[in-house]
Write a protein that binds this ligand. Sequence first.
Ligand code: NAD
Ligand code: MG
Length: 394
Amino acid sequence: MPGICILGSTGSIGQSTLDVLARHPQRYQVVALTAHKNLPLLIEQARLHQPRYLVAADEADYASLSELAADAGVTAEILAGDDGLAYVASHGESQVVMAAIVGAAGLLPTLAAVKAGKRVLLANKEALVMSGHLFMQAVREHQATLLPIDSEHNAIFQCLPDDFRYGDLQAAGISKILLTGSGGPFLNYQLDELSLVTPEQACKHPNWSMGRKISVDSATMMNKGLEFIEACWLFGLLASQIEVVIHPQSVIHSMVQYRDGSVLAQMGNPDMRTPIAHALAYPQRIDAGVSPLDFATLTDFSFQYPDYARYPNLKLAIEACQAGQYATTSLNAANEIAVEAFLHKQISFTCIAEVNAAVLANIEHRQLQSIDAILAMDAEARSLAHQTIKRLAV
Ligand code: NAD
Ligand code: MG
């Protein structure tokens, strides 16, 4: 039975992963679970899944997690902080690591799993956006297996030929990768209404239930921008080989267009348990608890191209992708700060793109050849984003 470590088990992806695992108790064993703030939920998960290790991401929470575990009769070994996360991500019993921490915080533990040659199920797209070149180099060097959890990338993976060679679209007869996105909750709003939308409205995605950060990213379509960059690194694509298509129903999760005119799409109900189950069992298939598509109810099935006036963040991300690693690292950092400020009602929804654009306009091109250089760039962009927010704050 492969041992599973879930980095970020209390989040939306983490909980969906546990839901799939609970359907297959004879097939997988939960080795480690980690959480940042919601320690009571982590304990509840531990009672159900009996992991060997529990990790509080914040070092300062070691004592309170130990106390909660003792009170609940949970006997798992308690660890905390960055070292604890890296320890479980690279542990000999963790054959499979689900990387489901949100944001830049996921980079180092995910890299620890990669460097230990694990089968890494990648939900944490920000890690790849921040450090794509070094990350993919580490995957190759340490012979890790990287399987995409992001539904679009999982769909693309499923539509590629089995013998697809990294970056070689020509040999595979592929003319384009079609990255689909719903357009988020504000697809049909008037443009002048956008500055007034609230965090609650932004987090209410029409099709998917997700964490708050990715929900806001979906509303601005920065999520599609991060996914554009993620796709380039995962499959070795050039920006010119990807096209973003809005598909509001989220039934098609992305497509691969072949030279002969064929378009292969992966479809299913919008439920992350499908890509999670796919990656867990790959190349086999297991039950994910997802109800099958009911074609009789799919009355509307539409597509359109994105309007950059509505989604300036998508344009910024595509430009950053073309500019290089320094730009995507900075954009990711700026966006995390801007989204946080919007969620705390310090800036308006439309200011998220203003913060991101201001940071990109003020950073200098430089080569990032180490993870330390990436983290320094990330810190610099965060500081610039904070300064911009002070100027814009409502
Ligand atoms: P979430 O906010 O629901 O959960 C985040 C998890 O990360 C939680 O377990 C939390 O405890 C942990 N975490 C937060 N801050 C941390 C920190 N500083 N250090 C360590 N751990 C920390 O987020 P989510 O929606 O589950 O998304 C997780 C990742 O998966 C994101 O990168 C997101 O882009 C990606 N993703 C999510 C979905 C989805 O449907 N939710 C789909 C595709 C990709
Ligand atoms: Mg996605």
